[in-house]
Design a protein around this ligand. Structure first.
Ligand code: NAD
Length: 345
């Protein structure tokens, strides 16, 4: 299959590119190369003669039309997005432009292309989204595919808007779509401003490890390579016009997650242990959702998917990866003041 993957130079998109190439697919990676992108993430996959790269912005409809006509993909996986909640609070405009208008452009370009191709049966538009669209849970309960939307940050509101557009294009124009809503990902190639790499890099440099509020916010953590595997499965076997929740069944409070990372650091990088002594509670993020939890029954029972690693194992692999790959993250810290902002430069 030839798959057009948007956002394929980002964290999750690059994991999908690597896996799709490893499984013998052809990949066209469409990415604007924003601050969050890094073509190093796909350096090995890019050696394949089944890989092509197009630098383009999903806000540019004409570019999307040209790329679809040139490459004639069998399916589209749409991951390109502004993805960082803290950045969405500081500057929401980019989130509306890329996540809402950009997705609208992708849908319109896909609809025109699919129609021009004679509406082939196998074509699919797979929209990749987040569990944050469902809002915040209390102590109990889990998000299912029918949980009402209740986004609370500019990021989650923009993703919710994009999800609604995708469903409307399926209902109104018959565009063949599948949707997925996934919990928090972690793993190799995660941009250094996100929680898991922040903890590792702060611990490595012996600096205070910031934890929002009381550390009691609960997330469901999924190893990024397991997410990529689930996404390819939904693309190939998911029912049309259906959404699938993807989660790791690994609920953890932020403070427990941070302590687990510190314990792996103590083991793998004993200098500076015990790293948990560096944990420092900082003022909470405004509107910080308390708890997310995914009910993955549909993807498990319909498609037979389950995660391959526990959070314990996945976090260990992630710590090992960051310790072994300073060449990957150091230039990112040196770039655009990211390191300075995080205090890790
Ligand atoms: P990321 O920020 O690491 O990567 C996003 C990629 O999209 C980057 O390569 C960037 O250059 C590209 N991009 C941004 N704006 C663009 C534009 N206007 N045109 C073209 N390309 C553009 O994000 P990620 O964490 O890999 O997330 C990928 C997708 O998965 C997003 O849609 C996100 O909402 C969703 N998601 C993320 C998580 C998570 O935990 N990170 C969980 C569930 C769903």
């Amino acid at each position: 299959m030839k798959i057009l993957i948007t956002g394929g130079a980002g964290f999750i998109g690059s994991a999908v590119v690597r896996l799709a190439i490893a499984r013998g697919h052809h990949v066209v990676n469409l990415d604007a190369l924003t601050y969050a992108a890094n073509l190093e993430n796909v350096a090995q996959a890019a050696q394949s003669d089944r890989y092509a790269f197009e630098q383009a912005d999903i806000r540019d409809r004409a570019a999307l039309d040209r790329i679809l006509a040139d490459h004639r993909p069998d399916a589209i996986m749409h991951l390109a997005a502004e993805s960082h909640v803290d950045r969405s609070i500081d500057g929401p405009a980019a989130f509306v432009e890329t996540n809402v208008i950009g997705t609208f452009n992708m849908l319109e370009a896909a609809r025109a292309y699919w129609t021009a191709q004679g509406k082939p049966d196998g074509f699919r538009f797979h929209h990749i989204s987040t569990d944050e669209v469902f809002g915040s849970l209390g102590e109990t309960g889990q998000f299912t595919e029918t949980t009402p939307y209740d986004p609370r940050s500019p990021y989650s509101a923009s993703k919710a808007g994009s999800d609604h557009l995708v469903r409307a294009w399926a209902e109104t124009y018959g565009l063949p779509v599948v949707l997925t809503n996934c919990s928090n990902n972690y793993g190799p190639y995660h941009f250094p401003e996100k929680l898991v790499p922040v903890v590792i890099l702060k611990a490595l440099s012996g600096q205070p490890i910031p934890v929002y509020g009381d550390g009691g916010n609960i997330r469901d953590w999924l190893y990024v390579e397991d997410h990529a595997d689930a996404l390819l499965l939904v693309l190939e076997k998911g029912q049309l016009n259906r959404s699938y929740n993807i989660g790791g069944e690994n609920e953890a409070t932020n403070i427990d997650l941070v302590r687990t990372i510190c314990a792996h650091m103590d083991d793998l990088h004993p200098a500076g242990a015990p790293h948990a002594d560096l944990i420092t509670f900082v003022t909470d993020r405004p509107g910080h959702d308390r708890r997310y939890a995914i009910d993955p029954t549909r993807i498990r029972t319909e498609l037979g998917w389950r995660p391959s690693v526990t959070v314990e194992e996945g976090l260990r692999r992630t710590v090992e990866w960051y310790l072994a790959n300073r060449d990957w993250w150091q230039p990112l810290l040196d770039r655009d003041g990211v390191g300075k902002r995080l205090g890790t430069a």
